[in-house]
Design a protein around this ligand. Structure first.
Ligand code: BES
Ligand code: ZN
Length: 883
């Protein structure tokens, strides 16, 4: 790894070596002009101790043009270097001591459609450097273990770009000749190049301030396109709450004089944590009640928190190499989840995270794109920003917390910050901090980072009435998968409770067998038992509380026990879980029935239990809404597992919805009206929960009655986007093709025509309609004047939604849906490989389809794989998916 690996070649963890040269500082001057940018980068360097005196310096580049090169200020003769667009090799550098290398490059931000490096979005100059974008600006040792302080001078036309930003603190600025001006920024914190950022443009700003716990004043600013700064108010509030939370919960303060956020229209990802200058997809900054849903508000809060929390977990302590990505991403997702749990509701947060894990990470872990949380090799690092690295990575942090307890976890985190501040660290460093701080042995636990796949946890219970003795036997197993990374038993923390007839957890007189500490069973072997003695009555076993480990749980619990838990379990997460498992079982049985052409039946006791929880006013509305939200069609497909017929899945789900809607009609009629928050709109979690419950109730009620008037009214009378979109979505999904649905879509379009973020919802909604005709509908929308494949949000809103949220149409039996997506991926690949590769992952479950559809998917993928000139991003995904 000391020499840059050519694109498309496999990079391996075991090949890691430090660089031959050390970078002590980076000084850049970036001159922005219409049609080009001129960059001069001066690196202070020295040869690392022990490196041979004749070893050349090898720098990464990507589509670069070298315009000058000087050693210690003297232009370097051509015989000393070789430059091409993707590398710069310099020979004859000093054997010892410090020297400087000044590198001139020229780039064209206007033609950069990959949106990596320096590009222009709506006239605004901006950068995205993670993971390997900095090399598209200048030649550099573009890897995360090269840390240096940066000083950056930005120059541009004052009218085109009155705002000039970079990392760190502002030093000075002022006018230049010819209507130009400059700004100088200094970031004293040594950082890797992927955290570099620069923004210049004619932007509006919302400002505020924050004083840290130790009294440091921080100027806060959110920059937006003209006229939109007022929509950043909620994001600003979220910044301040995040800053306070990190002080209170993790003891981490902010460390610069300014914290800047910029909202950008064209952005590949959600947001980026560049030091002191976070750059955001504007979707995660701009909100108001008229244009954003409650889900959007929650998303902004999460992403703002996440990027802010990276300041410590990612920036102050970064990753030694990209194999360690979960070190910053898994941990930071874990931190943003804890923040959401504290700010909103811990139970509802956990349900949401587990739903997300099962919907996105489980299929990845069980399909051809499988890889461990810490991969051992990659061809294209962009393709490893995955649900496994992020969400399973967060689960591993959560398990460490469960194993060590809150105190032990805090001690381990503190030691990690103390030991590794200012460094580029590894997973081993992270785990060792917890071991050293607590004395706990986490070596077996570390297998979770290295072995891919979702283990199965099978639990059986046996109760000896006479002896008052309960025996739980636990068996873990892991099937070898695509990644082939081993199947050793994990250390699995299983949180549990023994729920007595009155709903309280029972205390056994004695416990033996597998290690039990407090309410956690520590399963370490393939199979172990736990024996609980002295129980006066048979408890209902509440297992894997709060989803304490990312496993597939198999427990044939009696329906009576499950239903009792759904009413009584003190652990609210598990109340949701037992109902969801029963619903899942009923749905998979329903899919089999639909395929046979027989009636789909649904156990009346289960409907009753669902309605009892949903009607329970002592529970928070957001939780009740979660109980009512059936698993998606993709989720049901995953539960079915093989030979999946999406039409049968759709039929079973719809018939279940009608059944629940009919049985609960009275309750839903009440909830859909009376339960709604009154008074002026507020985005707080409680009001959002009430809207979610009311709108889910209306959806099911409408499914049962077939009467669209209430949905039409919700759409028409809405004073906020959540209700408006809920009404519209019922009309469009349940009454596809009706005059009413068409009129509502048109009215919505006319009203929000000038608002890109709302138009994305308009495209996405239509792409998701579960109807086979949606394939042609989507193809037509791709020719709509407001469609634009080059804008990632718009491309995702139409094709991402279609391929990920509409299994019925995407997998249409004639293959037209998959073919449409394959063709678009090819077009998109020429503009933006990263976004194209991301959307291509929606093919990941193709092997679970029934034979005819599977064959069509194979044809589409094979066709795509055979196109000449595919990017490494897209070909890596397509090839692994096909393999
Ligand atoms: N560091 C990432 C952004 C990123 C991802 C850069 C991939 C380059 C490639 C950032 O911290 C992040 O994880 N953003 C997420 C949102 C977050 C809330 C999980 C995103 O952009 O989706
Ligand atoms: Zn992140």
């Amino acid at each position: 790894m000391s020499s840059p690996a050519p694109r498309g070649e496999t990079v391996r963890l075991e090949d890691y070596r430090p660089t031959d040269f050390v970078v002590h500082g980076v000084e850049m001057t970036v001159e922005l002009f219409e049609g080009r940018a001129e960059i001069e980068t001066t690196l202070s360097l020295s040869r690392r101790n022990g490196v041979p005196a004749d070893a050349p310096l090898l720098l990464d580049g990507d589509e670069l043009e070298l315009t000058s090169l000087a050693l210690d200020g003297e232009t370097l003769s051509r015989s000393y270097y070789e430059a091409d667009p993707s590398s710069l090799r310099v020979e004859g550098l000093p054997a010892s001591g410090a020297f400087t290398l000044s590198i001139g490059t020229r780039i064209v931000p206007e033609t950069n459609t990959k949106l990596m490096g320096l590009y222009r979005s709506r006239g605004v100059w901006c950068t995205q450097c993670e993971a390997e974008g900095f090399r598209r600006i200048t030649y550099f040792l573009d890897r995360p273990d090269v840390l240096a302080p940066y000083t950056v001078r930005v120059e541009a036309d004052r009218a085109a770009a009155p705002v000039l930003l970079s990392n760190g603190n502002p030093v000075e600025g002022g006018p230049l000749d010819g209507g130009r001006h400059y700004a100088l920024w200094h970031d004293p914190h040594p950082k890797p190049s992927y955290l570099f950022a620069l923004v210049a443009g004619d932007l509006d700003v919302l400002t505020d301030s924050f004083t840290t716990a130790s009294g440091r004043p921080v100027d806060l600013a959110i920059y937006t396109e003209k006229g939109l700064a007022s929509r950043a108010a909620y994001a600003m509030d979220a910044i301040k709450r995040s800053m306070r939370w990190d002080e209170e919960r993790f003891g981490r303060e902010y460390d610069l004089d300014v914290f800047n956020v910029v909202a950008i229209s064209d952005f590949n990802m959600g947001a980026m944590e560049n030091k002191g200058l976070n750059v955001f997809n504007h979707k995660y900054v701009l909100l108001d009640s008229d244009t954003a849903t409650d889900t959007d508000y929650a998303g902004v809060e999460t992403v703002i928190a996440h990027e802010y929390f990276h300041n410590w977990t990612g920036n102050r302590i970064t990753c030694r190499d990209w194999f360690q990505l979960c070190l910053k991403e898994g941990l930071t997702v874990y931190r943003d989840q804890r923040f959401t749990a504290d700010e909103r509701s811990a139970t509802v947060e956990r349900i949401g995270s587990v739903r997300g894990l099962k919907a996105h990470q489980f299929p990845e872990d069980q399909g051809p794109l499988q890889h461990p949380v810490r991969p051992r090799e990659y061809k294209e690092i962009n393709n490893f920003y995955t649900a496994t690295v992020y969400n399973k990575g967060a689960e591993l942090c959560r398990m460490i917390h469960t194993i060590l307890g809150a105190d032990g976890f805090k001690k381990g985190m503190d030691l990690y910050f103390e030991r590794h501040d200012g460094e580029a660290a590894t997973i081993e460093d992270f785990v060792r901090s917890f071991e050293d701080a607590t004395g706990e042995d986490l070596q077996q636990f570390s297998l979770w980072y290295n072995q891919a796949g979702t283990p199965t946890l099978a639990v059986e219970e046996r109760f000896d009435e006479g002896a008052g003795r309960l025996t739980l036997s636990l068996v873990q197993s892991l099937q070898p998968g695509a990644a082939d990374t081993g199947t050793e038993p994990f250390h699995i923390p299983v949180r549990f409770g023994l729920v007595g007839p009155n709903g309280a957890d029972m205390e056994p007189a004695a416990v033996s067998g597998a290690e039990v500490r407090g309410d956690v069973i520590h399963l370490r072997k393939a199979r172990e038992s736990v024996v609980f003695e002295g129980l006066g009555a048979r408890p209902a076993v509440s297992i894997l509380r709060d989803f304490s480990a990312p496993v597939t749980l198999e427990m044939r619990q009696s329906e009576d026990d499950a239903l009792a838990l759904s009413r009584l379990d003190p652990n609210l997460f598990n109340r949701w879980r037992v109902l969801t498992d029963l619903v899942g079982r009923a749905l998979t049985a329903g899919v089999a029935a639909a395929r046979r052409g027989t009636d789909v039946t649904f156990d009346p006791k289960l409907v009753e239990a669902i309605l009892a929880s949903v009607g329970d006013e002592t529970l928070e509305p957001a939780f009740r809404a979660q109980i009512l939200q059936l698993p998606s069609e993709s989720e049901i497909g995953r539960m079915v597992g093989s030979d999946v017929d999406p039409a049968a899945v759709h039929a079973a789900r719809e018939s279940t919805r009608r059944r629940i809607g009919a049985d609960g009609a009275e309750l839903f009629a009440k909830l859909s009206e009376a339960g709604r928050p009154s008074g002026a709109f507020s985005p707080d979690a409680d009001s959002a929960g009430r809207r979610a419950l009311a709108n889910t109730a209306l959806d099911l009620l409408t499914a049962a009655t077939g009467d669209l008037t209430a949905a039409e009214r919700r759409f028409r009378d809405a004073d906020n986007m959540t209700d408006r979109l809920a009404g519209l979505s019922i009309l469009v999904n349940q009454f596809a093709g009706s005059a009413e649905a068409g009129a509502a879509l048109d009215a919505f379009f006319r009203r929000f025509e000038d608002d890109d973020l709302v138009l994305d919802k308009w495209f996405a909604l239509q792409a998701g309609v579960p109807d086979e005709g949606t394939v042609e509908r989507v193809a037509g929308l791709a020719r709509h004047p407001r469609f634009n494949l080059a804008n990632p949000n718009r491309a995702r809103s139409l094709f991402g939604s279609f391929a990920s949220a509409n299994p019925l149409a995407f997998n249409r039996a004639d293959g037209a849906g998959q073919r449409l997506v394959a063709e678009v991926l090819l077009d998109l690949d020429r503009l933006n490989p990263q976004v194209s590769a991301r959307i291509a992952t929606t093919f990941r479950s193709w092997k679970t389809l029934e034979p005819r559809r599977r064959e069509k998917a194979r044809e589409a993928l094979t066709w795509l794989a055979g196109r000449p000139g595919l990017s490494t991003d897209l070909s890596d995904i397509v090839e692994r998916t096909l393999r």
